[in-house]
Design a binder for this molecule. Structure first.
Ligand code: TXA
Ligand code: MG
Length: 345
């Protein structure tokens, strides 16, 4: 694990990491959303190594990261004008676009699909690293398959130590949940995964878009279009339940459930907020931040889930966070982590 700060040393470390990518190896690197596990996107054997290191099903395609808008043309075969407009508006940034795949991108990178997911991350070290690699970099989130995405380099180490040769440590990420995925291969573009870039922000640039009905469903028949969205994801080891309702009722219900679990000798964790954390009787109560501060809630979500694992929690109860901008993305991840176990009070 190598820390990257500014200056010459940083350039040397990035070069070392890029050399590994060029020789077909894997490197974990920071982005503005979560840490990614990178490989040369044009090298099928390197892409295969990603699946092996993560324990990821091979039908789950990877996102290809580029460092310049001009590189779009190297990975996608057709670039509609909407894609150009969105790239101009949001890149570098947390928007992934699905387009028809270019010839150079092998099936191993796209899970056999004829389409490719592309994004340009908004992180100076990520951009410097990709440029130094001299190739597009395929990268899923750098967690073991099924675990919460890494928001710190140490999370990558926890999951992948001994399986990958290099982790670029850029400190804590800024956003904390993965990019918004927009499929531009349909007549009306479709959001396959919600993120920091919202439907409204996209519609302001290209007009009407849809949301994939399978995105938030627990029903396997609803089949989400992003293959990765069908797996139980983002899961902590403990059983997580989300309790919805008004503030007082939620606190009362969580305390009642906590006492029941404690009576059975279970270790019960609670995810509260700065405003409510003092009111809970859990064995470990963690505040995710102020209810008014959704940026902090998003950034801390995965980290908090890992903290409960480390503490050995058997069960976790969480408030729900219907925040104005990122609420949909936050709840999408939280509900997946909970396997859609919710209680309304
Ligand atoms: O913020 C992010 O997007 C992070 C950072 C590292 O860039 N990456 C990330 O990758 O979240 P991953 O692999 O954890 O999630 C990629 C998602 C999966 O659900 C996958 O199925 C979907 O994107 N995906 C990739 N290519 C696709 C395609 N051609 N069509 C539909 N879905 C695709
Ligand atoms: Mg992931």
């Amino acid at each position: 694990m190598r820390k990257i700060e500014s200056g010459r040393d940083c350039r040397k470390i990035i070069k070392e990491a890029a050399d590994l990518i060029r020789s077909g190896e894997l490197v974990a690197f920071p982005t503005e959303t979560v840490y990614g596990l990178g490989a040369d996107a044009n090298n099928p054997a390197a892409a295969r190594k990603i699946y092996a290191a993560k324990g990821r099903p091979s039908d789950n395609p990877l996102i290809v990261h580029i460092a310049d808008i001009a590189d779009f043309a190297h990975v996608a075969s057709k670039i509609p004008k909407e894609a150009e407009m969105l790239a101009k508006a949001f890149w570098p940034g947390p928007l992934t676009m699905i387009l028809e795949k270019g010839d150079k991108v092998p099936d191993q990178t796209t899970g056999g699909l004829g389409t490719v997911a592309v994004r340009m991350p908004d992180h100076p070290a990520a951009l410097a690293f990709i440029r130094e690699c001299g190739c597009p970099v395929a990268a899923p989130s750098a967690n073991a398959s099924g675990r919460p995405s890494p928001t710190l380099a140490v999370h990558v180490k926890e999951d992948l130590d001994g399986r990958i040769p290099f982790i670029l440590d850029g400190g804590e990420v800024g956003i904390g949940i993965e990019s918004t995925i927009l499929d531009l291969t349909e007549d009306v573009p479709v959001i396959l995964r919600p993120g920091f870039i919202t439907k409204e922000m996209i519609e302001r640039v290209i007009g009407q878009v849809r949301t994939d009905p399978g995105m938030n469903a627990d029903d396997p028949a609803a089949r989400p279009k992003a293959p990765g969205m069908k797996y139980r994801h983002y899961a902590p080891k403990a059983d997580l339940t989300v309790v919805r309702g008004n503030r007082e009722a939620v606190v009362e219900k969580i305390n009642q459930l906590t006492r029941e679990m404690q009576a059975k000798g279970k270790f019960a964790g609670v995810i509260g907020t700065d405003e409510t954390a003092g009111e809970y009787c859990g064995d470990l109560v963690l505040s995710i931040g102020s209810r008014e501060d959704e940026d902090t809630i998003a950034r801390r979500l995965y980290r908090i889930l890992r903290e409960f694992d480390e503490a050995g929690a058997d069960v976790i109860y969480s408030e729900s966070f219907q925040t104005p901008r990122m609420g949909q993305a936050i709840m999408n991840r939280l509900l997946k982590a909970a396997g859609y176990r919710t209680i309304a009070v």
